[in-house]
Ligand binder design. Structure first.
Ligand SMILES: Nc1ncnc2c1ncn2[C@@H]1O[C@H](COP(=O)(O)OP(=O)(O)O)[C@@H](O)[C@H]1O
Ligand SMILES: [Mg+2]
Length: 373
């Protein structure tokens, strides 16, 4: 079982703090200051004594796609249900942009707020056609009767389902059904679209299609908030990821920054021949001294080894500051050390990103929480 307090420390060491709202992404570089369209502020939800959502803070800018990523039971759906007003927060609040351009608490007059579209539960009326289902949802959302047919056609066409308009949904693939669910969320042309696990239960091909759907929404300038337990599936289409576990946001940043900060500051230098045991101490001592200037200053802790030798793999593991230029110089150090006695056959950085690795540990080894619900 992964120790979450270790993980938190690790993330903190990497200068990522879930509670801090990060600076807006690349879009902020344009002249127009990006607008915050939704802010979750110290948001918590308790079920009895159980804390499902624990004081989370997330700020969403106009046009951004945010991925709320965490294992089952992390608190994603609970968060989304609070945004959808299906659950009332225990404490904290949700602020949403209103028509005057100000942030306003969600519990206020909602007709002044920007529109939301939700995909929370998959709405499948198997015995109805795509058209019948969408007309039903349009009516439920008070969509003007005269415009409803044109709107349904427009959306079916956009998602390449127009030929299926009068087919029963129980003949559809799971991916097509999920698209109907997404179309349903778009009927009233919302500015913010909230999708809960849009890829769950879909095969790889359908998951790719859903990513395409999300990209289409991005082209339309929508702000998207998507919950998923599949980091690699969703990270590709997100501007930022909020990692959630046990109800807490443990990291919130752009993928680029998360990857950069969590990047392995580790190198592996594999030798052709094993290092003779009697030479190992001297070599390690020499290399450690030379490595001194390539180690993060705050990592200079007493007794912490920055060089480890694995005799089975004939490999030195080097923990360094992660800088590109250091990497080149460290290689030169090793080349000169082993010039006359050995040969370097590989010099590599571990492939899996630390983010992916940490997340995989979270989802495979952390048992779902007992929420009693
Ligand atoms: N109505 C409820 N009553 C009690 N516990 C609940 C209720 N809804 C959700 N929970 C618990 O809260 C935790 C978070 O659930 P949820 O938000 O659905 O997680 P996720 O969507 O990330 O899988 C889970 O442990 C779940 O059992
Ligand atoms: Mg869920």
């Amino acid at each position: 079982m992964i120790n979450m307090s270790n993980l938190n420390t690790e993330l903190k060491e990497a200068n990522i703090k879930g509670e801090e709202i990060s600076t807006p992404n690349a879009k902020s570089k344009s002249k127009m200051a990006p607008k915050v369209v939704m802010r979750l502020e110290n948001l918590s939800k308790h079920f009895g004594k159980f804390v499902a959502v624990d004081n989370i803070n997330i700020e969403v800018y106009e046009g951004e796609t945010i991925g709320l990523v965490g294992p089952n039971g992390a608190g994603k759906t609970t968060t989304i249900k609070m945004i959808a007003k299906l659950l009332r927060p225990t404490s904290g609040q949700i602020l949403v942009l209103n028509k005057e351009g100000d942030l306003q608490p969600l519990n206020g007059k909602s007709k002044d707020l920007v529109k939301f579209g939700f995909l929370i539960d998959q709405p499948f009326f198997y015995d109805m056609t795509a058209y019948q289902i969408l007309r039903y949802f349009a009516r439920a959302q008070n969509y003007p009767k005269k415009k409803v047919n044109a709107r349904i056609d427009e959306l079916l066409k956009l998602f390449k389902l127009l030929d299926w308009k009068h087919h029963k949904v129980n003949t559809f693939s799971k991916g097509m059904r999920q698209k109907i669910g997404i179309i349903q969320s778009l009927l009233v042309d919302p500015q913010i679209i909230i999708l809960d696990e849009p890829q769950t239960g879909l095969d790889p091909k359908a998951r790719i299609e859903i990513r395409g759907t999300i990209r289409e929404l991005q082209r339309q300038g929508k702000t998207i908030f998507v919950a998923s337990h599949m980091l690699h599936e969703i990270s590709e289409v997100c501007d930022k990821i909020a990692l959630i576990n046990n109800g807490k946001i443990i990291a919130f940043d752009t993928i680029e920054n998360l990857e950069k900060n969590l990047k392995e500051k580790e190198l592996n230098c594999q030798l052709l021949d094993p290092v003779p045991l009697e030479d190992l101490d001297a070599i390690t001592h020499r290399l450690t001294e030379k490595l001194e200037s390539y180690i993060d200053s705050h990592e200079h802790t007493e007794g912490k080894k920055h060089l480890k030798y694995n005799p089975e793999k004939q490999t030195f593991k080097i923990f360094y500051d992660g800088k590109r230029e250091s990497r080149g110089e460290i290689l030169e150090l090793f080349l000169s050390e082993f010039k006359s006695t050995n040969k370097i056959i590989s010099f590599t950085q571990p492939k899996t990103s630390k983010l992916e690795k940490i997340y995989l540990e979270m989802i495979t080894e952390d048992a779902p929480r007992d929420g009693g619900g």
